[in-house]
Ligand binder design. Structure first.
Ligand code: UDX
Length: 436
């Protein structure tokens, strides 16, 4: 199939590349000339495991092209995907300025039977509004479908190639048939192609992310309760997870969820509810609990050091909002860094991928280390924010030798309290009894 992908951000680039990899002819369009030039040379603007190789392979095979010229890419395409950013506006609603400008730019070039597919996460009703806008701009009926993405950063290629389901919101059989053909090769026998109205498809994306966020905020609140009631959240998690109605996924306590999706989508859905006079009590609570949870290590560190915190050296392992990405958007680590700097601490940071992004934001106010052990030199404490694999089994003896005091605040429960007692660390984690 011939495809135009408008927007080469995270979603557009991963989707376009994966679609090229299954034999489609994909042209990725972006208004950013410099980005397109870099992509043509095989330079990928984001860190996503496996993406770089896939881009180069498909570009060399001639199935994946990059351009700033919307007209030619759209004119020859059967499917035109809109994958531009929809950031949060001040009031928490989605800002659709990039989307509307993309709609205007494609309108004059659409082939008569082309289908416009909305990949960007958009408020419910946006597909209908795009349908109306394209009709007004072109003077004819243009097919518009919704096709939300469920890609996890760090595992996006696998998620695309092995989806649990494909959701499309369609108005015509033509759009449904084209999308079914497009996604057929990815759907194993037990994984459904779910066709529904555009409104239901738009809602599905928000509701999925809101429920996953709810699970995280719920387990975080229970972890905080466990600590105070002298329970262990890990035991409780196992105790509930074996109930098949509950399961184990997305019930790991931590320092709160971050990233470009959960915080934004929970707020946007709450905003939509308010617009139709429904008080979104659950969604507001999920957001509030998460904001508070981002300070959970701050509370532990300030209680431990008390008045003696200013001037201390604090090491931080893990800056990205989760492992296998360099993304620091809404990352809990940033909340901790801001607090420690405000308190006059010396902050030494390490992350396997996100250092450059943090450097852009904090410059010389932090000390950056490419090796985790180097970050511990002279530290009064270590705070762990992201569960990168390489932090799971460190050399504890070397850690103790490097640190000024053997104190760990573990926001991801990477170690066992008993193990830390044996290694003679002071060890504070989430929802478990502290080792002092
Ligand atoms: C998410 C959705 O999973 C994806 O379907 C959607 O399309 C985009 O948003 P992503 O933002 O890449 O993907 O991250 P995800 O792996 O879902 O993790 C989100 C956050 O939740 C991270 O900050 C992570 O640390 C946190 N989390 C996750 C927990 O704190 N505990 C858990 O048990 C699981």
């Amino acid at each position: 199939m011939k495809i135009a992908m408008i927007g080469t951000g995270y979603v557009g680039l991963v989707t376009g590349t994966c679609l090229a990899d299954s034999g489609n002819e994909v042209t990725c369009v972006d208004i950013d000339q410099a980005k397109i030039e870099r992509l043509e040379q095989g330079v990928i603007p984001i860190f996503e495991p496996g993406l770089s190789e896939l881009v180069v392979r498909n570009a060399q095979a001639g199935r994946l092209r990059f351009t700033t010229r919307t007209a030619s890419a759209v004119a020859s395409a059967q499917l035109i995907f809109l994958a531009v950013g929809t950031p949060s506006a001040e009031d928490g609603s989605a800002d659709l300025k990039y989307l509307w400008s993309a709609v205007e730019s494609i309108a004059p070039h659409l082939a008569p039977d082309a289908v416009v597919v909305v990949k960007s996460t958009v408020p419910v009703g946006t597909n209908a509004a795009i349908f109306a806008k394209l009709a007004a701009l072109t003077g004819r009926v243009c097919d518009v479908a919704s096709n939300p993405e469920f890609l996890k950063e760090g595992a996006a290629i696998n998620d695309f190639q092995y989806p649990d389901r494909v959701v499309v919101g369609v108005r015509s059989e033509h759009a449904e048939t084209l999308l079914q053909e497009l996604y057929g090769p990815y759907l194993r026998t037990d994984k459904p192609f779910l066709s529904m109205t555009p409104e239901s498809a738009e809602l599905t994306k928000y509701v999925a992310n809101a429920l996953l966020s709810t699970k995280i905020s719920f387990i975080n609140e229970m972890a905080n309760l466990c600590e105070r009631l002298k329970g262990d959240i890990n035991d409780v998690r196992r105790g509930i997870g074996h109930d098949r109605r509950i399961g184990f996924q997305f019930l790991f306590p931590g320092v709160g969820y971050g990233g470009s999706c959960f915080p934004k989508d929970v707020r946007a859905l709450a905003n939509m509810a308010r617009k139709v006079n429904l008080e979104p009590r659950m969604l507001l609570a999920v957001d509030e609990v998460n904001n508070a949870q981002k300070s959970v290590l701050i509370e532990k560190i300030s209680t431990y050091f008390g008045e003696a915190l200013p001037g201390r050296t604090i090491a931080i392992w893990g800056l990205a909002f989760k492992p296998r990405t360099d993304d620091i958007r809404e990352a809990p680590a940033l909340v901790l860094i801001d607090y420690l700097l405000e308190q006059g601490c010396r902050v030494i940071v390490h992350d396997p991928e996100a250092i450059e992004n943090v450097k852009q934001q904090y410059g010389s106010r932090l000390i950056y280390c490419t090796q985790p052990m180097d970050a511990l030199e002279g530290a009064d404490a270590l705070a762990i924010n992201t569960e990168w694999g390489e932090f799971r089994n460190p050399n504890f003896d070397e850690m103790r030798r490097r640190m000024k005091q053997p104190v760990i605040f573990d926001g991801r429960n990477l170690y066992e309290p008993e193990q830390m007692r044996q290694h003679q660390f002071v060890y504070h984690s989430i929802g478990r009894i502290a080792v002092e």
